[in-house]
Design a protein around this ligand. Structure first.
Ligand code: HEC
Ligand code: HEC
Length: 447
């Protein structure tokens, strides 16, 4: 298994040479004084009330064989229509930095219809997945998913189902002019069969499946096994517990700056952020309409509906229009752009939008979008009038928690941002450690 990089001993893999940094002095750099002590004490109390101090659970143990299989698949371009893009192309930080627009680039290439979501820190993830919660447990014990009762046997829960469907939106891995895109009606079982056919055509994969699932007969392998291996791999690998916040939760003193401490008090106190961003992931795993300005291609086929109706696309209930999953705020300092459609480039803009969503929506226009985004936003830059006409529709289901403007001073917003930045693990951008060195198909990494 790839060794985990720790703050005490980062292994820098640069140009093939390995540099081991000696552990530096303890990084708990902020000296104690009575004011800090009081701030830390107050923050612990408020954070505890919001469930944010819950300890991190270690990941389940998985076999090295399962890890190898999951890693090979997650990094394999063979899983995309055009054979050029791996799950990891969108779901690792290294590759997301520097993308030209708010959307990821899917196989084809096409623009994804939504901003990507992380696949890390699974120990903190709630049972609802995707921006519209289209994978979630239902009250009657069934699992909501895009194909309902046709869900194959062997799916062990919502996170497994999320990996079964993840990446297979037409705008993500399917692409055009290839055997996957040619499957009529976006028939998931047919896509899964086609993917397994592709993978198992390479000699190296069958032995890996056998090793990871020793009790399964050769002819019984399906994409249910492939997605399970990828889920297990992500669960143990894409995991970050070294943020200043994590260290604060573990009881270390002097790890948060004064600004971050004060920002935490705003977050859990006057800012009311933890009414939705609560618990250790800073997400209630619920859906809300924040009246985020609509931009981008939308998730439905071209020419039908360019507005992203969010949750209502899943439930068909108009009251659910424009509701989206509360994202985790872990690593939020590094996960730009922001919101389900990536419309805000800067963290501060995403935060300020919350303070008065009505005013933010009304004042939003092409001027707020960097010129380099214009080609990516046919409904934004070119269709301002239509957007204006639909604002009332968006505001009709605005979450009541944000209906009243919140008057935070510039200093409070500044502190809030310092707090949010303390939720990032310094390891977060070091995803090179996830990259496999070889793959059965030779299409490793899609780097
Ligand atoms: C082209 C970019 C892209 C690629 C490639 C991609 N994804 Fe994603 N992924 C996304 C986007 C965008 C979302 C959010 C979509 C939504 O919520 O509607 C997402 C969401 C997810 C989620 C849900 C995360 C959550 O917290 O709800 C999972 C799981 C996932 N993808 C797994 C995968 C797997 C497995 C693959 C490879 C088979 C893959 N993805 C390939 C862009 C991509
Ligand atoms: C009513 C629930 C609610 C409250 C209260 C709330 N948020 Fe959010 N937040 C959300 C939802 C839902 C989204 C995603 C909305 C979307 O994409 O349409 C979001 C998105 C964000 C994002 C962007 C994250 C990303 O990765 O895209 C940040 C940053 C954020 N919130 C910070 C805050 C802060 C700071 C506060 C307090 C001032 C706050 N939120 C209060 C529900 C809430």
């Amino acid at each position: 298994m790839v060794p985990r990089l720790t703050a005490a001993g980062w292994v820098l893999l640069l140009g093939g040479c390995t540099v081991q940094l000696a552990p530096g002095p303890a990084r708990s750099g902020f000296a104690r004084d009575p004011v800090r002590d009081a701030l830390e004490g107050d923050l612990r109390e408020l954070a505890d009330a919001a469930g944010a101090l819950a300890p991190r659970m270690p990941p389940r143990a998985i076999s090295p064989e399962m890890y190898e299989l999951g890693r090979a698949l997650f990094w394999d371009g063979e899983l995309s229509g055009g054979r050029e893009e791996a799950c990891a192309s969108c779901h690792t930080k290294v590759l997301v930095i520097g993308m030209p627009g708010p959307f990821s680039i899917g196989s084809g290439p096409v623009l994804t219809s939504r901003n990507h979501l992380g696949v890390g820190d699974w120990d903190l993830h709630g049972p609802r997945f995707f921006w519209d919660g289209r994978v979630e447990p239902l009250a009657d014990g069934r699992l909501r998913n895009p194909i309902g009762s046709a869900l194959p046997d062997g799916v062990d829960g919502p996170s497994h189902a999320a990996f079964l469907f993840g990446g297979l939106h037409p705008s993500e891995m399917i692409g055009k002019d290839n055997d996957l895109a040619a499957i009529p009606g976006h028939d998931f079982p047919a896509i899964w069969r086609a993917l397994m056919g592709r993978i198992l055509a390479f000699d190296g994969y069958l032995p890996r499946f056998r090793a990871a699932f020793p009790d399964v007969d050769d002819e019984a392998f399906t994409y249910v096994h492939a997605s399970r291996a990828m889920r297990d791999y992500a669960e143990v690998t894409v995991r970050f517990t070294g943020s200043p916040w994590d260290r604060f939760v573990r009881g270390e003193e002097g790890v948060l700056s004064d600004e971050a401490l004060r920002g935490g008090l705003v977050f859990f106190g006057r800012g009311g952020c933890a009414r939705c961003h609560d618990g250790p992931a800073f997400s209630d795993n619920d859906l809300h309409n924040l009246a985020v300005p609509q931009f981008g291609p939308g998730p439905t086929p071209p020419g039908t509906e360019t507005f992203d109706l969010g949750r209502a696309l899943v439930t068909r209930d108009p009251d659910d229009s424009f509701r989206f999953l509360t994202p985790s705020l872990r690593h939020v300092g590094e996960t730009m752009p922001y919101m389900h459609n990536g419309v805000f480039v800067h963290l501060e803009d995403a935060v300020r939008h919350h303070l008065d969503p009505v005013a933010s929506l009304e004042s939003f226009g092409p001027a707020q979008v960097p010129a380099s985004y214009h080609p990516f936003f046919p409904t934004g830059a070119r269709d301002a009038e239509r957007l204006a006409a639909r604002r009332a529709e968006v505001l009709a289901t605005l979450d009541p928690l944000l209906a009243e403007p919140l008057d935070l001073s510039d200093a409070e917003v500044h502190d809030l941002l310092a707090f949010l930045r303390a939720l990032t693990d310094p390891d977060f951008t070091w995803s090179l450690r996830w990259v496999p060195t070889s793959s059965p198909t030779g299409r490793t990494g899609a780097l």
